[in-house]
Design a protein. Sequence first.
Length: 69
Amino acid sequence: MRADRLIAVLLLLQQREQVTASEVALELEVSERTARRDLEALSCAGVPVYAVPGRGGGWRLVGGARTDL
């Protein structure tokens, strides 16, 4: 279920400073494409997440944002 994955991705971002789409894909047992779509969906939903392009890049929460779930 997508909602479960989105929450899981948000929790991963809170646990780690930065994650890559491949790390999310491995953790959630989905394809990298699905992981990228989920990360983009969080961004579109207003979660302060952004992509760091290039080598050593990934996805981060702006300013270490946290949520109480």
